[in-house]
Design a protein. Structure first.
Length: 274
């Protein structure tokens, strides 16, 4: 399995983070357009390092909260701890990142190298520039926060499994096969990676605020023999669903379900379920 690097158990409990909405700060000179709060949701526009300017792929972004950040280097996702010095600087400590083979390798490598350590912050209307000690810069533009997908009436596709404080991307052989949907009236159905399944579920709150839980009852599944990566994913999900209440976290189109022992999964919303 492809693994995530330096993943803390806190992130494993939610491959997903609770981030502040983009805010409006005051103008530093007392007039003109208000300057943005660095805590918010940002698209990456470009990187400047050495004598090169690298333009960002569409997926490159970073969502910055009070103490944590998550984002996408252009293909691979990442998390980080952040510590602000007012609104003039931020210190970034990298956390987890996926390790998929992707296009735009030069950009991803440069972004990962620059988005760490102490960065000074230059604020302009609807944009930020983060500058490293060697003068390299990350240019960011404000973007709206993605709305959270509903817990129920959504098809969730499992993209990573979490165990022992680390997470592994679902192997290619099982990618997009493990999926499930939860119903507000108390049922779950989907595919464990090989076999189809159904199970009763108890939702502490179908609206899924932070800290709500979902508890799976006995899983009933078809009985095909499943070996290799798909069988491994299936056994892992079956064990997780039997682990008792799973804490729910949703950020945009990403769901994290986490058991008390830190095992869990993350899944992406793909479509509404009729």
């Amino acid at each position: 399995m492809r693994t995530l690097r330096h993943l803390s158990t806190g992130w494993a409990s939610a491959l997903v983070l609770a981030l502040a909405l983009t805010g409006c700060g005051r103008s530093e000179d007392g007039g003109g357009a208000p300057l943005p709060d660095p805590q918010g949701h940002w698209s990456v526009e470009s990187l400047t390092t050495g004598d090169r300017t690298l333009h960002a792929p569409p997926a490159a972004r970073v969502d910055i909260g009070a103490t944590e950040a998550k984002g996408n280097y252009g293909c691979n996702g990442f998390t980080a701890e952040v510590a602000f010095t007012g609104t003039s600087a931020v210190t970034v400590t990298p956390g987890a990142s996926t390790t998929m083979a992707c296009e735009n390798t030069d950009f991803e490598t440069a972004f990962a190298r620059l988005f760490k350590g102490r960065l000074t912050i230059d604020r302009g209307p609807d944009r930020l520039t983060l500058k490293s000690a060697d003068g390299s810069t990350i240019a960011l533009t404000a973007r709206p926060r993605d709305p959270d997908a509903p817990l129920t009436a959504t098809q969730w596709v499992v993209d990573s499994l979490v165990s022992g404080g680390t997470a592994a991307s679902v192997p290619a052989e099982a990618a997009a096969k493990a999926r499930f949907a939860l119903a507000a009236d108390g049922g779950a159905s989907g595919n464990l990676g090989c076999n189809r399944f159904t199970a009763p579920v108890t939702l502490s709150d179908p609206a899924a605020p932070a800290g709500s839980t979902v508890t799976f009852g006995p899983v009933t599944s078809t009985r095909m023999a499943c070996e290799g990566p798909t069988g491994e994913v299936e056994r892992t999900l079956t064990k997780l669903f039997a682990a008792g209440p799973l804490t729910v976290r949703i950020q945009g189109g990403t769901l994290a379900l986490t058991a008390r022992d830190g095992t869990g999964l993350t899944a992406k919303a793909t479509s509404a379920v009729e």
